[in-house]
Structure formats: structure tokens, C-alpha cells
Design a binder for this molecule. Structure first.
Ligand code: PLP
Length: 458
């Protein structure tokens, strides 16, 4: 809680900027600080832990090392740090004074601007790191999957930056309905295939049965993995869930800690939206580390859609990471790998599980989950657009909804609570979702009647 007499102090700034020197020189690794050891990935047949060699056909060696690293931090090489500088880091933190005034809340609300990257989200923080390390060991191409295109855009940007090729399997329904991310990826030089495609034997088999197969993220992952292992000098890039991805994203939270210092505040709450957990983890883990060491009392709120309630209603158990059941079994809060989410507009939050590290923290009660429905989430986005002047991605709107709810709770208790949330991305390529909202066609939990999944997503 902030003392009232601090009101005229530095915390009143509307924008908290950092210097180039403040871009981190190392990532924070939460693994050694976790309150319980991370359950290892298991082989689906033998149920025995799988070693690093199991991942060698798909991931670069350095990425596998980082995935299993027990070091407290991992260094960010200077050439990569320069890429972070060029691609928008350090990002500013804003104080949402106009939103606070609208809500008539005594709470102070801060948000970290991860929408300012070239593709409009936090996702390049890991894509650029993965491309850097892959290129360093001579990998020529990355393959990945994308739903509506946000992750594919980040991989296209990053591979192009470090002189690699990219192949992106894009869910066919999105490929046909949402042209802009596809053009963006191609402009960066990526090859983009509608999935199922004729490029893989798995895709060809599906197309033989049904040439109009609309595809799914699970099918696209299967094609990307097949394409990876059948093409020389090619690896697979993943956008969330795994330890190394969340670690790369901690540049967000490490910068945020400095910004809290500049603003002279200690947040009572840190809030983020959760699909697989990468933007939430990146934002919150450095301060969660402080709490695990007894140096902070901040509470951590992870927000998910009511229609994909993996954290609030899922089970903490071993499950496949993908729909097709190709990955090792990983222990996480999950709705089951065959869970079919309704077509909500926050496409990036339609994942059946949550990151294993986040799952340990949820299980230990360190991270508190909340679920919000689609309609009130879009209402929060509209309030934010009208007060702060920014149009959030539907995924990001979940964090905004969570922050607004906390600010209203603070108002009822008349407490000067400090709330910080991660503004994970902009919604400028998500206008279909907003069109449905403005037309009054938006259901509470997806199903707006026409099967659209307008989120900018995975
Ligand atoms: C992909 C995405 C998310 C959700 O993914 P996480 O891995 O949970 O962060 C959230 N916000 C935006 C803008 C995204 O593009």
C-alpha cells in the first residue's frame, strides 16, 4: 500500500521511461527459485523422464540447455541486446490516470507497453532470442505454426533479422479470413502455408479426406513438427509455455522493476493475461522471485477467458502439449489436450494448458487465477480505448478487465492500491472482433454465431 503523503512524489508521472543502459544484460530464470521442483517431462510410452536428447531433432542445442538451466540468470549476448534496442526496448510504462479518473478509484494503475514492438506484441522478445541462438549454431530455417498470425509475425520478423528462413503453417480458416498478418509475414520473407497443406504427408492425408478442412492449431503444430524433422538444418520455434520462452520474456519484468523504482512505487498487484503464460510470466516472474525470497508482498493475478478455464477449472496433471499428442507429457493445469475451445476473439488465449512453471506457482498459491467473460472483457477494452486512447488486443483486454476489477474493489474498500498490468499487444489487426462487439453480436463466451475467431492469437 502506498502512503498518501507520497502523492506528489515521482509516482505521479504519467510516463516512466528508461535509458538504453537499462535493457537487461541477463534474463531471470525462475527454475531454481520455484517453491517445488519442476516435474520433468515424461515419455508418453515409458512414462520415464525424457532427457535433453529427446528434444535435439526439434530445438537448437543452446535452447535445450536454457530450457533445463538451473542458473539464477542467463546472459543476453550483446548482439541480441542490440536487437532488443532496435526493436523497441526498453518499453515505457504508463500510469493510467485517465482510466483511474473514469473509474473514480483511489487505486493507481500502471501498464507496461509491449504493444510497441514492430509486430505489436511481446512475442518478438523470445522469437528474436530463439533466432539469434539458432543462427549462431548454423541453423538455416525455423518452422512454426500460427493461429491468427501474431506468433508467425514475430518469427518472420526475427528470422529475417538474423538472416534465416522461416516456414509458417497457418490455420487455414485464419489464412482465408485474415489476410493482413499473412502479408506481413511474407513481407519479412517468410513462406506461409495454409494448414492442412500439401507440404507434409500428414496434411496431404487430411486434404485427401476433406479438401475443405479448415485446420486447427493442433494440425498446424503436427505439420510444423513433421516439416522440421524432415528438412535438413531446420528447427522448430515455439511461442509460449516452455521455460526458455518465459525466461526470454523476463526482459519485460526486469525493466518494470526499474520503472517501479523510478516511480517510487511497490505494486500491490501485478496482473497479466494468460494463454500459455509467456507474457504474464515475463512480466511477473522477476517480482515473484523477490516474493519467493521474502522480499515482496505483491500479489500476482493471472487472467484467463471463462471459456478456456485451464487455471481456474483445469486439473494439475500430466498431459500432451499439443492436440495431436506428439509432444512429451508435461505436468500443467490443463483442460485435456482434446479440449475444443469456443471460437472466442482472443485467439492467443485458446490453449488447453498453462506453462509448467506457472502451474507450480498456481499450485503453491503464489499466483492467483481469475476468469473473465468475453463481453465484459470487450467492455473493458472499450473503456480503455476511450480513456487511455489505445486499442488493445482482445488477449490484452483480459488483463485490463482484471486490473479494472481490482481497481473497483479498491474503490469499495477506499484503499490506495497500486495495480500494474502488462499491456501485451495492440488490437489494430483485430478489428473483426471489435466489429462484432460494436454490432452487439458478441456472446459472453465466444460463439458469435459465425464461427469467427478474430483474436490475433498464437
Ligand atoms: C499470444 C498473446 C497472448 C497470450 O500468450 P501468452 O503466451 O500467455 O502470453 C497475450 N497477448 C497477446 C497480445 C498475444 O499476442
Amino acid at each position: 500500500m502506498q502512503a498518501i503523503e507520497n502523492e506528489t512524489a515521482a509516482g505521479d508521472e504519467v510516463k516512466i521511461l528508461l535509458d538504453m543502459d537499462d535493457v537487461p544484460r541477463a534474463w531471470y530464470n525462475i527454475l531454481p527459485d520455484l517453491p517445488a521442483p519442476l516435474p520433468p517431462p515424461l515419455h508418453p510410452g515409458t512414462k520415464q523422464p525424457v532427457g535433453p536428447d529427446a528434444f535435439e531433432p526439434i530445438f537448437p542445442k543452446e535452447i535445450i540447455r536454457q530450457e533445463m538451466s538451473g542458473n539464477a540468470t542467463e546472459p543476453i549476448p550483446e548482439e541480441l541486446r542490440e536487437a532488443y534496442l532496435r526493436l523497441g526496448r526498453p518499453t515505457p510504462m504508463y500510469r493510467a490516470k485517465r482510466l483511474e479518473a473514469f473509474l473514480k478509484t483511489p487505486a493507481r494503475i500502471y501498464y507496461k507497453r509491449e504493444d510497441l514492438s514492430p509486430v505489436g506484441s511481446h512475442k518478438p522478445n523470445t522469437a528474436i532470442a530463439q533466432a539469434y541462438f539458432a543462427r549462431r549454431e548454423g541453423v538455416e530455417a525455423y518452422v512454426t505454426e500460427t493461429g491468427a498470425g501474431q506468433w508467425g509475425s514475430a518469427v518472420a520478423l526475427a528470422t529475417n533479422y538474423f538472416g534465416m528462413k522461416a516456414k509458417v503453417y497457418m490455420v487455414r480458416a485464419s489464412y482465408d479470413q485474415k489476410p493482413y498478418r499473412k502479408h506481413l509475414m511474407r513481407l519479412f520473407g517468410a513462406e506461409v502455408f495454409p494448414s492442412p497443406s500439401g507440404q507434409t504427408s500428414f496434411g496431404r492425408k487430411l486434404l485427401e479426406k476433406n479438401p475443405d478442412n479448415p485446420g486447427s492449431l493442433g494440425i498446424a503444430i503436427s505439420e510444423a513438427l513433421e516439416s522440421t524433422v524432415t528438412t535438413p538444418n531446420t528447427k522448430y520455434s515455439i511461442g509460449s509455455v516452455l521455460n526458455h520462452v518465459l525466461m526470454h520474456q523476463t526482459v519485460i519484468g526486469l525493466e518494470a522493476l526499474k520503472q517501479f523504482e523510478v516511480a517510487d512505487v511497490e505494486p500491490d498487484y501485478m496482473v497479466g493475461s494468460v494463454g500459455g503464460g509467456s507474457n504474464f510470466g515475463g512480466f511477473a516472474y522477476p517480482l515473484i522471485g523477490e516474493r519467493l525470497h521474502g522480499r515482496s508482498e505483491t500479489r500476482f493475478i493471472a487472467v484467463e477467458p471463462e471459456s478456456v478455464p485451464s487455471m481456474t477449472r483445469g486439473k494439475y496433471e500430466y498431459d500432451f502439449g499439443d492436440t495431436a499428442g506428439l509432444t512429451p507429457l508435461i505436468k500443467m493445469f490443463t483442460l485435456g489436450h482434446d479440449f475444443m475451445p469456443s471460437p472466442i476473439h482472443a485467439g492467443g488465449l485458446r490453449y488447453h494448458g498453462s506453462a509448467p512453471t506457472l502451474s507450480v506457482l498456481l499450485d503453491a498459491g503464489i499466483v492467483e487465477p481469475r476468469a473473465v467473460d468475453q463481453l465484459t472483457t470487450f467492455q473493458a477494452a472499450e473503456i480503455f480505448a476511450k480513456t487511455e486512447g489505445l486499442i488493445p488486443a482482445p488477449e490484452t483486454a483480459h488483463a485490463i478487465r482484471g486490473a479494472i476489477d481490482l481497481a473497483l474493489e479498491a474503490k469499495r474498500r477506499n484503499e490506495e492500491t497500486v495495480i500494474a498490468f502488462n499491456y501485451s499487444g495492440h488490437g489494430l489487426l483485430d478489428m473483426e472482433g471489435y466489429a462484432q462487439y460494436l454490432a452487439g453480436n458478441l456472446g459472453n463466451n465466444g460463439n458469435d454465431g459465425n464461427g469467427h475467431n478474430g483474436g490475433n492469437g498464437h
